[in-house]
Design a binder for this molecule. Structure first.
Ligand code: COI
Length: 333
């Protein structure tokens, strides 16, 4: 059995090699380049493909894989919103993801960023760079006095709820499909509107679906408390960035932390050499603000998470090749 793993980074290689040693019957090729139109031909002769979500997997690419007889595509991440759903169905390609490589990794970053916003750490660090070691006017708030609204309570959202409860925050949540265990705690509100109206901080943990594209927009921001803080470590498409900027300009939004951004492809995880060379003025506008925290989609980027992403994706790819399905089979919609 032969598997090609695309886009293998140096930090993933030891985990791939460890898996490879433990599976002498499987040949794994670690390909540093990402899967795209230029590299898809390298998959010829392999039984399965492992990749991750950094580029769109278009119909052209998927048709090519199918023409090589490859029906097994395993992503090393959760989101499958970059995969062309029609082509997957048409070509009969089976897809897996890694749904729970480390929900804690994402949850911990989301909470870290809430804490950084509350404690004004970026403001203090900016002042310090200019030799200003004073306190005022950046007096902070405390997490134990906040009401935090968690939008969507899948694995990650639930972990966020747990961590925040440990801080003594009041946590409320909205999910169209409430979790039965959390429901017993009585934390759910019935509508997004109720979540927006009652939260000091809103943290998003929903997948990228057509129905929640730009769910944070001028209308939803207007329903939020004055001075709201918004955290997004889920998907960039959830937030209308122009509306976010308008909310920051007006002071309605007092802080934002984005680990994802709607135009992040081609920008995040790229070294441009200097701030000025980052080719996105809207992003730079956000980055320059002392009440906005931008991280380049790093919530997943921890050692335990990366190990799981690599090794679980390889396990799933073997299952797909052998049986056409896996414990981690996912429907691409
Ligand atoms: C995901 O797992 O969906 C992520 O956002 C991580 C990233 C490597 C694509």
């Amino acid at each position: 059995m032969k598997i090609i793993a695309y886009g293998i980074r140096d930090d993933e290689r030891p985990y791939l090699e460890q898996w490879d040693k433990a599976h002498p019957d499987v040949e794994v090729k670690a390909e540093p380049k990402l899967l795209d139109n230029d590299t898809v031909d390298e998959a010829k002769g392999f039984d399965g493909v492992v990749a991750y979500q950094q580029k769109p997997y278009t119909a052209d690419i998927l048709d090519k894989l199918a023409s090589f007889g490859i029906k097994s595509l395993s992503l090393r991440n959760v989101g499958v919103d970059n995969v062309d759903a029609d082509a997957v169905k048409r070509d009969g390609i089976n897809v897996t993801n890694v749904p729970a490589y480390s929900p804690a990794a994402i949850a911990e970053l989301a909470v870290t960023e809430m804490m950084r916003l509350l404690r004004n750490t970026k403001k203090f660090e900016d002042k310090e760079r200019h030799g200003n070691m004073t306190w005022a006017p950046d007096i902070a708030d405390e997490m134990n006095k906040q009401t935090v609204g968690v939008y969507a309570t899948g694995r990650i959202g639930r972990q966020v709820v747990k961590i925040l409860q440990g801080f003594g925050a009041k946590v409320i949540a909205y999910d169209p499909y409430p979790n039965p265990e959390l429901k017993k705690e009585g934390i759910y509100v019935d509508t997004p509107k109720e979540l927006y109206a009652n939260s000091d901080i809103i943290t998003l943990h929903a997948p990228a679906l057509k129905e929640n594209d730009h769910m944070i927009n001028d209308d939803s921001i207007a329903q939020m408390k004055d001075g709201i803080k918004i955290i997004n470590a889920a998907r960039g498409s959830l937030i209308d960035t122009d509306a976010l900027i308008r909310g920051l300009d007006s002071g309605k939004i007092s802080g934002a932390a984005l680990d994802v951004y709607e135009d992040e492809v081609g920008v995040f995880n790229v070294d441009f050499g200097s701030f000025d060379k980052i080719p996105d003025d809207r992003l730079k506008n956000l980055m320059k603000r002392d009440n906005v925290l931008i991280t380049p989609h790093i919530a997943f980027y921890t050692k335990p998470a990366v190990k799981n992403m690599v090794q679980i994706a390889l396990d799933s790819n073997v299952q797909l090749i052998q049986n056409g399905k896996s414990d981690n089979s996912v429907e691409v919609k």
